[in-house]
Structure formats: C-alpha cells, structure tokens
Design a protein around this ligand. Sequence first.
Ligand SMILES: [Zn+2]
Length: 109
Amino acid sequence: MSAPPKKKTLPTKINIFGRDILVRREEMKEGEFGEYEQHKYLIKISKRSDINEARQTLFHEAIHAALHISGLSMVLPDNDGIDLEEAIVVCLENAFGHLIDVDKFKLDK
Ligand SMILES: [Zn+2]
C-alpha cells in the first residue's frame, strides 16, 4: 500500500506547541523563500516557489517558530556574523525534511 498523494496546497494554519500560526503565500524578493514573523505568529511563503519548495520552506519556517515559541531562540546568539538559530534550523531541515508531511501540522481540515 503506497502513501496517499500529497496535496498541491499548503495548510493555511498550523499548530506548534499549542499556538496557532497562520501560513500565507506572499510576493517576496527573488532568492527569498519564506519568513517567520515572530510578533504576528505568521509564516510567509514565497508565491514564486512551487509546491515542493513551498513545503520545504514551511518546514524550515516551522522550526524557526518552534524555537521562538519554546523560548530557545532567545538564548541563541546572533552576533559576529554567526547565526546559530539558522544553523540549527538548516540542520534539522536537511536531516529530517524528507520525512515530514507538513499537512500533519495543520489545523484546517
Ligand atoms: Zn531560516
């Protein structure tokens, strides 16, 4: 039995540590794939990205959101050109991204 085909859309709302986070496709500059806005609990995903790239970006930004909501991002230094948070996010994205189904993050059915 094979896995059901993945949807062609992204969830519009996900939940991390009990917190609702909105997900929106937006126009972004070339080379920008996504952004997590902490003060709005909002993940923005570039409209330029195809669905596979958008799903990967959603996972990446969801890790940023988890670090923020857990409070861990507050203790990660970001100075001298070393962005430890981004390094952790990229590590988790590359290690586990292929195993993740972002549809399982969603609240909207
Ligand atoms: Zn990042």
